[in-house]
Design a protein around this ligand. Structure first.
Ligand code: SF4
Ligand code: SF4
Length: 135
């Protein structure tokens, strides 16, 4: 089983195309969309985790390439500096995946790296710079 976290960028005329459906149906891949947005110049961007047999994954990526979809690895990562965190919990309500969460009733903040999709939403929420991007 191979897993990749990727950023897909595709031009306006392809926004409506069922690309993820094709990946699932034609290439037997599991697709988990982590983030989707359309940029101001109407380019579509999807952050997704794709998993499946390596051969299928390679073929699926070749299919995207043939379509003209730009595929890049998710380039950065988020690090939580526990020693800087004062457990104010401001970030935990913002985090869409539960990577940052608060354990009750102790009110202890934890970071589960494997759940983080590097969406960066938590960065401006933290007044103590306890969350940072690492390249
Ligand atoms: S970047 Fe921050 S808000 Fe986004 S998933 Fe990771 S921990 Fe949560
Ligand atoms: S916002 Fe910063 S200081 Fe507050 S709980 Fe989150 S990481 Fe810790």
């Amino acid at each position: 089983m191979a897993i990749k976290r990727l950023v897909l960028s595709f031009p306006p005329h392809m926004i409506d195309q069922p690309i993820t459906y094709q990946l699932v149906k034609k290439y037997d891949l599991m697709v988990n969309i982590l983030r989707a947005r359309i940029t101001p110049n109407e380019e579509g961007r999807l952050v997704m985790e794709i998993s499946g047999k390596k051969k299928n994954l390679d073929e699926g990526l070749a299919f995207l390439d043939d379509l003209g979809v730009r595929v890049e690895p998710l380039a950065h990562d988020i690090r939580w500096y526990e020693d800087r965190c004062i457990e104010c919990t401001a970030c935990t309500s913002i985090c869409p995946t539960g990577a940052l969460s608060v354990k009750r009733p102790e009110m202890r903040v934890t970071f589960k790296h494997e759940k983080c999709i590097a969406c960066e939403l938590c960065l401006p929420a933290c007044p103590y710079k306890a969350l940072e991007i690492v390249s």
